[in-house]
Design a protein around this ligand. Structure first.
Ligand SMILES: Cc1cc2nc3c(=O)[nH]c(=O)nc-3n(C[C@H](O)[C@H](O)[C@H](O)COP(=O)(O)OP(=O)(O)OC[C@H]3O[C@@H](n4cnc5c(N)ncnc54)[C@H](O)[C@@H]3O)c2cc1C
Length: 651
């Protein structure tokens, strides 16, 4: 594992910084780096640790292992349905036996407490980017135009957002799995080839690997393709890694500190409250935060023991930016007096600003698999020696550690295991953009529950196609306080399908798209038969299972077992005329001064197919706005901007 420069670990919190940022994930991390690189004294407060020396965060093949790592995971539990009887139809429904000890599925022992569905989150430098699946798919143009149209702020138009993608590529490496790793496993390649055929591509029966090799060189992100957002087909899956090692926000923060920019990072620092000055007679102004220093203070951490630690406060001279993510940002705003009046009063929280939209409008994608098991003792050769457990017998880890990134020499762990994807437009898409991503890999992943990773990789004879519904319509999710205790996790209700948004048949349309995705996955599995030249043993479908055939049966399977992992939109940007808009188009929290939000919660509509790219770009935009604002305030002349609209740097 390469030795990354360590984050500055000083514990003396100075009393004032230009900018204080809470949360170092996809939203907060890049913003902190940019502000510091522009010369502003910036403090980044992060509840988690820096994960230095933790190999889990660096190995792409450990993308699932890392979500189980107790040192950085938060076990957040959510409700897909408020109706618990309905929720329990999901075999992933979880109960707590003792603190952080769980029972998954029906027939819990007597006394077990209902928890709901696990929603993995990571509290660590880099936030969820440090434990995510590394998939890098850039947003659709329409995602940005929606914000521009909604707010009248043209700077959000797609052509103007292009420059922020260029800026992301200044620090973010992205590359696909080396095709030579995959092409060595003929039965796995047989599945991937079948996927290409089901995606409508012509694959020669006698030389399928040559065609697959070509397809794995085709990027789904190409900005040179003017109709890229509508282009259906079969593509490689770009990953946020460099030569087979995860590299993204965490590493960028550490490099920025090491380069000597004025960025101070305080890890293991949990922010409990935003402080306001309400004495001016004008709008309340956010002046800084209160925090507690200590490890695993949030009760969602399985290593949580105490909420006590060294307490402190810090002031933000220019702006305070909250970037705690879709669940924690609305929680912190509400705890600090910004949110729906009735809810705040219920918990005895003094109201600073009645903002009814905080913690509403939550969106997510739906995901659902078809899992098959190959018969007898078949194992995918690519997984030989892979134990996914960091122990000495994990020969794939040894291979990854000891080899250079050349011709697949680092082996299976230089990939996240999901190398290719179909992009499709379902009959239920809300625009011309593709709305289904169907990707395959040698895993038995059925969604998130405690121990999901061990379950997914235990048997090396499984293959699955996963469908993800992009541009989903449900916006009925909510994040509400459970208590006034900042260390409690909030109450999170997604209100799936018919429990949620039903306008214009929204729930039925999303369901319809997913039913088509399941049928497309099955078509890919049938097309497997067309390539016997690649070997392998037959398989049986375990989920949803051969008996599940009609639209109604497939629909029920989806409603029972779908999940999501791109939760967003709980502090949406919106126009002045919308009382539910939490932010203006420049990330300002409405009704107060000095306070911004920059993370997955800012979007009025869930963007793209995979979300981290949109958050990174929004973070770059926020930096641009704040730097210009600071220069204007200081009377510094703004340099003429180069026209970057048509410039393409990176993909
Ligand atoms: C299992 C999984 C896999 C995923 N895979 C992908 C993928 O392959 N591709 C993709 O595009 N997206 C993926 N995502 C989604 C993506 O990683 C997240 O949407 C994104 O990281 C969210 O960014 P954020 O800035 O909103 O919050 P986060 O990245 O979650 O960062 C928030 C940070 O704030 C800190 N924090 C919160 N509250 C406080 C507080 N009170 N005080 C101090 N610090 C605090 C947290 O510790 C955390 O580090 C995945 C998500 C999950 C869960």
């Amino acid at each position: 594992v390469p030795a990354f420069p360590h984050a500055q670990a000083t514990r003396d919190v100075e009393s004032e910084y230009d900018y204080v940022i809470v949360g170092s994930g996809a939203g907060g991390g890049p913003l902190a780096c940019r502000l510091a690189m522009a010369g502003y004294k910036t403090l980044l407060l992060e509840a988690g640790g820096d994960a230095n020396g933790n190999v889990n965060v660096s190995v792409p093949g450990y993308q699932a292992v890392v979500t189980q790592d107790p040192t950085l995971r938060w076990d957040i539990f959510v409700n897909h349905y408020k109706d618990q009887n309905r929720a329990k139809r999901d075999p992933k429904y979880t109960y707590e036996l003792h603190p952080y000890e769980y029972h998954v599925g029906p027939n819990p022992p007597y006394g077990a407490r209902e928890k709901g569905i696990l929603y993995p989150r990571s509290s660590v430098l880099g936030g969820c980017v440090t434990h995510n699946a590394l998939i890098w798919i850039t947003p659709h143009k329409r995602d940005w135009d929606i914000i521009a149209n909604l707010t009248g702020d043209e700077s959000w138009e797609a052509k103007k957002m292009n420059k922020y993608l260029n800026r992301v590529y200044q620090w973010l490496p992205a590359m696909p799995t080396d095709p030579t790793i995959l092409l060595r496993d003929a039965p796995l390649a047989r599945h991937l080839v079948a996927g290409a055929r089901a995606a409508g591509l012509d694959v020669p029966v006698l030389t399928p690997l040559v065609r697959l090799g070509q397809l794995l060189l085709t990027s789904p992100n190409s900005r040179l393709n003017p109709v890229r957002d509508y282009t259906e087909g079969y593509f490689q899956v770009p990953l946020t890694m460099k030569f087979g090692t995860r590299m993204a926000v965490r590493e960028y923060i550490q490099e920025t500190v090491a380069a000597g920019h004025p960025l101070t990072v305080h890890t293991h620092t949990f922010v409990t409250k935003i402080n306001f000055d309400t004495t001016s007679g004008k709008k309340p102004r956010a002046t800084g935060v209160e925090f507690v220093e200590g490890q695993y203070l949030y009760k969602a951490s399985p290593l949580h023991r105490t909420t006590s630690g060294k307490r402190g406060t810090v002031k933000a001279k220019r702006q305070l930016i909250i970037a705690g993510g879709t669940f924690n940002t609305p929680q912190l705003l509400k705890l600090s007096g910004i949110g729906p009046r009735a809810e705040l009063q219920r918990f005895g929280i003094p109201v600073i600003k009645d903002l009814p939209g905080v913690g509403t409008n939550m969106m997510d994608r739906y995901e659902i698999p078809v899992n098959v098991k190959h018969t007898e003792d078949f194992k995918f050769p690519i997984l030989d020696g892979c134990h996914f457990d960091l122990k000495e017998h994990d020969l794939c880890l040894k291979q990854w550690l000891e080899n250079p990134y050349i011709l697949g020499a680092r082996g299976a762990y230089a990939s996240n295991g999901l190398a290719s994807m179909m992009l499709k437009r379902s009959d239920f898409a809300s625009s011309k953009d593709v709305d289904l991503s169907i990707f395959g890999g040698p895993l038995n992943f059925q969604g998130y529950f405690p121990g999901w990773h061990d379950f997914s990789v235990r048997d090396h004879g499984y293959f699955s196609w996963y469908s993800l519904k992009a541009h989903s319509r449900n916006r009925a999710g909510t994040v509400e306080l459970r208590s006034a205790d900042p260390f409690d996790q909030p109450l999170i209700n997604f209100n799936y399908f018919d429990e949620g948004t039903k306008t214009d048949g929204a729930d039925q349309k999303d369901l319809g798209a997913l039913i088509q995705a399941i049928r497309k996955s099955r078509e890919a599995l049938e097309d497997w038969n067309k390539f016997p030249i690649l070997g392998g043993t037959p398989f049986v479908e375990e989920k949803p299972g051969a008996k599940v055939q009609s639209d109604e049966e497939i629909g029920q399977y989806i409603k029972d077992e779908a999940w999501g992992h791109h939760a967003a939109c709980t502090c949406p940007i919106g126009p002045d005329s919308n009382p539910m808009a939490v932010l203006d188009s420049e990330f300002r929290v409405r009704g107060v001064d000095g306070l911004r939000v920059v993370d997955a919660s800012i979007f009025p509509d869930i963007p793209g197919v995979f979300i981290q790219s949109a958050i990174f770009m929004a973070s770059e935009k926020a930096a641009d706005i704040l730097i210009k604002e600071a220069k204007a305030a200081d009377g510094v002349e703004l340099a003429e901007e180069e026209e970057e609209e048509d410039l393409i740097i990176g993909e």
